[in-house]
Structure formats: C-alpha cells, structure tokens
Design a protein around this ligand. Structure first.
Ligand code: PEP
Length: 252
C-alpha cells in the first residue's frame, strides 16, 4: 500500500518565539509548492502562537511536543489538550525518549496522553525505541513490543487513522549515529507486524511509521526508500529550514 510520507520536525527546547516565527516562515518558503508529503513542525509550547502565525494558510501542521490528559486544574507546568487546540495545534508528539528518560514518562502515561490527543482531534505521534544497552543485549524487539502494546492499549482500529508511530532508537537520537536503513527497516517491519496482530491488516497497512535518530539531508533518502519507513521525526536538522526542507523532499 502506498502511504503518503509524513515528516515532522521536533524543535525540542530550542528557539524563542521570534526565532520560531522566522524558522517556520523559512520552512514554509523552502517548501512552497511542494505537496508530496505531510509536514509538521513542533516548537516549544511558548512558541506555538508565533510559529502558527507564520504557517497560517499553509499545509504545514503545527504540533506540540507533549500534552496533558486533564482538561484544567491544579497541574502546575502542564498544558491541556484544549490549550493546544486553541493555540492552533493539529498534532502532538507523545512518549519521546527524552520525556521517558528525564521526566518519568511511562507506557501508561504515554497511553493517557495519546487518548487525550485523539479525543481532541489531534494527530498523535507515539515514539518508541530501545536504548543502546537493550540493542546490545538483543532485546530490541521485546522493548519495542512492550512500548507499542502499552502505548496503544485500548485504542480502536478507527482511532489508529490519526496515529503515527515514530521508531527512534535512543542511541541514534542527537548522537550522529543513525540506524542503517536495514536496521531501521527490520524494526519498522516488526512494528507493522505487531499492528497487524492487534488491529488487522487494513489498519496496519495504513499506519505511518516514522524513523527518528540523526536523520539528515544526506541520509534521509536511503531511509525513506525502505518499504516500511513512511517518514521521519527530525530533531537537530529540523532547526535549519533548508536542511529540513531537503529531508522532506528526500521522500520523493
Ligand atoms: C528527535 O528528537 O526525535 C530526534 C530524532 O533527534 P535528532 O534528529 O537530533 O537525532
């Protein structure tokens, strides 16, 4: 099945509102007239409005890097689904490995965040991926299976239409080490097989699985040509408009 590629930029904790406006405008300009892939950018919360202004009227989706599951209340430091929607968000990342490593995110909280995003009509990118020690001890598949099953618990096949999985081996994030196209393809095919078991063939064939981990303009094409790699979640290289646009265009 031909799946439309989906490339998302995760700006992490980079850029002020003014810098975000400028970067979003630069990406928009660099992708003018290009319509062969879905594209999202995910600035920090406080930059959503500024980036959103620069993207208004374009096909580039505005996304957030996290979401909380309660509607409002005494949850200091958290941001509700309604706040994201009111800020123009159409997408959100959940379960990024930095959230898992540094902020205590678990499969259970990833699942709550996913459900909150879907209930608010957001496209949700669910991140999974193994640590270096886990790859070295050959438990990559067990780790990814647990994350996929825990993260997607209770989700229906129909809801999966708005879900993207991002496979991001933790050892490849921000390190300059990229999984080889073959290594990535193997895990993507494994994830798709899990989705087939859980949701059926039709849903599994339609779900997009992004690769993330030091994707750059010069390695994107080889990754994106793999049969089960349907896009990329890009960190560092999404902070330079020209580099990000080249990655988007590398998919075809
Ligand atoms: C990420 O943050 O999801 C990521 C893959 O980062 P980088 O591209 O910098 O490795």
């Amino acid at each position: 099945m031909a799946r439309r590629k989906f490339i998302a930029g995760n700006w992490k904790m980079n850029k002020t509102p003014d810098e975000s406006r400028e970067l979003a405008a630069g990406i928009r300009k660099a992708l003018e007239g290009y319509d062969k892939a879905d594209v999202a950018v995910c600035p920090p919360f406080v930059c959503l409005a500024a980036a959103g202004e620069a993207l208004k009227g374009s096909n580039i989706l505005l996304g957030a890097q996290n979401i909380y599951w309660e509607k409002s209340g005494a949850f200091t430091g958290e941001v509700s689904p309604g706040m994201l929607v009111a800020s123009g968000c159409k997408a959100v990342i959940v379960g990024h490995s930095e959230r898992r490593q540094f902020f205590g995110e678990t499969d259970e909280t990833v699942n709550k965040r996913l459900k909150a995003g879907l209930a608010n009509k957001l496209k949700v990118i669910v991140c999974v991926g193994e640590l270096l020690s886990e790859r070295q001890t050959n438990v990559t598949e067990q780790v990814v299976k647990k994350q996929v099953e825990g993260g997607l618990a209770g989700i229906t096949p129909a809801e999966m239409a708005e879900v993207t999985i991002a496979y991001e081996p933790v050892w490849a994030i921000g390190t300059g080490l990229t999984a080889s196209p073959q290594q990535a393809q193997e895990v993507h095919a494994f994830i798709r097989a899990l989705l087939r078991q859980k949701f059926g063939a039709g849903t599994a064939d339609a779900v997009r699985i992004q690769y993330g981990g030091s994707v750059k303009a010069d390695n994107a094409a080889k990754l994106l040509e793999q049969p089960d790699i349907d896009g990329a979640l890009v960190g560092g290289a999404s902070l330079v408009a020209g580099d990000f646009a080249q990655i988007v265009k590398a998919g075809g």
